[in-house]
Structure formats: C-alpha cells, structure tokens
Design a protein around this ligand. Structure first.
Ligand code: UT7
Length: 332
C-alpha cells in the first residue's frame, strides 16, 4: 500500500492595495450596499489597478510570501501548477513566467483552468504527483485578475468579483495527514451560463466583439446560483458520508467564496455550526482561483495539526467538487 500522503505544509497570499467598496460601486452602477450585502455577503473587493501588471504579478507576490514564511529554497521546488482563469496572455503559460521570476529554476510549470474550481482541481493534481512519489515539492498557486475581464457597467457581475492570489506547498507526509479523499465533478451543461463569448477559437476577437462587449464575463446569476447551491452541498455531503465523517468530526469548511448564501446552504446541509465555516467574502468578493488559498492564509493561525478540513467549490463549465484534507501543522 502507498503510505505517502500529500500534505499542505505552507501557505502564502497577496491582495492588491486598491479597495473597491460597495459605496463606490453605488456611484458606478444602479446598485446599493444593502442589496449587495444581503444577496452576496460582499462589502468590498481588491483590484489590481497598475497598468501593465497582470495575474503573474499577484501570483509571484503570493509565492514569495510563502517562500519567505516557510523559509524554503525556490530551487528545491519540483513543479508549479498555476490555477487561473485570467492568464497574463492567451498564449505563453503564466505559471512558467512565475516560476522563473521566483527563482524556481529546477521546476517545470503550467496553467490549469477550471474557472472557480481551478484551485480545487489543482489540489487534486498536486496531491497526485506527491502521492505517486514522483515529486517532493509542488507549489500550487491560485490567482486571478478578474477586473481584467469584468464590465464595470454590468451590475450583474461587477459587484461580485475581485482580484487576488494565494499559494500552498504540497509535500509528502508519512503520518497519514494531507489529502484523504476527493469527489470532483463537471458538466458541460453549464457552458452557456457563465462564460466569455469572444477571444477564443469559436469567436476570435474582432472590432465587433469588442464593440459588443463580448470580451467580458457574462453570467446568468440565477441559474448558476441554483446549480451552485445543490452542487456544492451534494458533493460536501457525499464526501462526509463516504469517509464516515459526522458534523462533529469536521473542523472547518473551506468553501469557494462566490456568495455567502451558497456557503450557508452548504454548511447547513453538512449540519455545521457557523464557527466552523471560514468566510472572508466580505473583504475580497469572488477572487475565482484565489478564494480557497486566501481563506487558508487568513485563518492559518486557527488551523491545528490533525484538523479535518472539507474544501468545496463550484464554478463555470460547470465544474465543482469537494476535497477532504487533514491539516498537517500548527502555525509557528
Ligand atoms: O463563482 C462562480 C459561480 N458563481 C456563482 O456562484 C454566482 C451565483 N449567483 C449569485 O450569486 C446570484 O445569482 C447573484 C448575486 C449574481 C444575483 O443574486 P440573485 O438573488 O440571484 O438576484 P437576481 O439576479 O435574481 O435579481 C433579483 C433582483 C432583480 O430585480 P427584479 O427583477 O426582482 O425587480 C434584479 O434586477 O435584483 C436586481 N439586481 C440588482 N439590484 C441591485 C440584480 N443585480 C443587482 C445589483 N444591485 N447589482
């Protein structure tokens, strides 16, 4: 039997300084703080405003934060998985650039795109490389500059998304800690409800697509909400059931921060008390690939060795799933 498990051994994060509050949004589109707060739980989000800086800027900062906190030599990193939906450029992997910039000269890198589930799927991939014994240090980064694909005249999307980045290091563990089980799903039925129409191979960018705003995110929020509530709750319940976890066994729910109401519905189906549910959506909004590592970074001090964490996410595609992971360290 394979006795190597894949544990998260370090965390890093970065969010840009610029804060876009609900109050400021009120002056940009027809919305109000009360609506945004009660419908989503969001109060403010961070935006990367500086010209010429893309997702890699935040990913590098998050990786450097992890490297300095964990005191590791970047030359020891074997591979980097860059989870993102907003790469620096459509061609030329963002992860490759990040690897070079942080001095991970012995690593290979690539990007992984699964919308808001990118980081969750990345956890599965990173863990599989560790469990197989093939690599010893896998850096998983989740970063998105959502402000680069959002139409700030569309109130259906501009109130939701924000920019940010987080990173975790996966390493082998011999005490049985780390990733225990995963239940990952996808369904192409979701393709029409959350998408960017233009800029890909079906509809290459043109003057017309730009004039029509087809390079921005489109979301049918109501439909996505419906699928997200049932999808995230279903997988979280299922992973508890098949690992014989009761609500008392689960220490923390680490759920994608898309909408506080979706998080609450998932927690309720799992029977979890509020204090076990990590939430920072009020500060950052939906940062797509960065929500899960930003939660780990914000709440790292509360996580204890041996704690049972349930991760859950839902995103465009549709993509969704749940991961059961045992936390491997106490923060120094
Ligand atoms: O992370 C990837 C996955 N994405 C998600 O999980 C997002 C899922 N969807 C959602 O979170 C929610 O659907 C939204 C937050 C996007 C919208 O909330 P909702 O409760 O589904 O609102 P709605 O679209 O049903 O709109 C309700 C009302 C409408 O007015 P009427 O028709 O009832 O008069 C909208 O026109 O609210 C209106 N509305 C707004 N009002 C103020 C829609 N957007 C806004 C707004 N400010 N920004």
């Amino acid at each position: 039997m394979n006795t190597i498990t894949a544990a998260i051994t370090a965390v890093g994060a970065y969010v840009p300084e610029f804060v876009l509050s609900n109050q400021v949004l009120e002056s940009m589109v027809d919305t109000n703080d009360e609506w945004i707060t009660t419908r989503t739980g969001i109060k403010e989000r961070r935006l990367l405003k500086e010209k010429g800086k893309g997702t890699s800027f935040m990913a590098i900062k998050a990786a450097q934060d992890l490297i300095s906190k964990a005191n590791i030599n970047p030359e020891e990193i074997d591979m980097i998985i860059m989870a993102t939906t907003t790469p620096d450029m459509p061609v030329a992997s963002t992860g490759v650039y990040v690897a070079s910039q942080i001095g991970a000269v012995n690593a290979f890198a690539y990007d992984l795109q699964a919308a808001c589930s990118s980081f969750l799927y990345g956890m599965s991939t990173a863990a599989a490389y560790i469990q197989s014994g093939r690599y010893k240090k896998v850096l998983l980064i989740g970063a998105d500059k959502m402000s680069s694909i959002i139409d700030y005249t569309d109130r259906a999307t501009c109130i939701i998304f924000g920019d940010g980045a987080g990173a975790v290091l996966f390493e082998p563990n011999h005490e049985g800690l780390g990733l225990q089980d995963e239940y990952l799903r996808s369904d192409g039925i979701g393709r029409e409800y959350l998408k960017i129409d233009a800029g890909g191979s079906i509809l290459p960018p043109s003057k017309e697509t730009v004039e029509n705003g087809q390079h921005y995110v489109f979301q049918d929020g109501k439909t996505v909400f419906k699928y997200a509530v049932s999808g995230m709750a279903d997988v979280s319940e299922k992973i508890m059931e098949r690992n014989n976890l009761t609500k008392d066994d689960v220490n923390w729910l680490i759920a994608h921060q898309a909408n506080k109401r979706i998080i609450d519905a998932t927690a309720s189906r799992m029977g979890l008390d509020e204090e076990k549910v990590l939430v920072n959506i009020h500060r950052y909004g939906n940062t797509t690939s960065a929500t899960l590592p930003l939660l780990l970074s914000d709440f790292e001090g509360q996580l204890k060795k041996g704690d049972n964490l349930i991760f859950a996410a839902f995103g465009g595609g549709f993509t969704w799933g749940s991961i059961y992971l045992k936390w491997a360290y106490n923060k120094q």
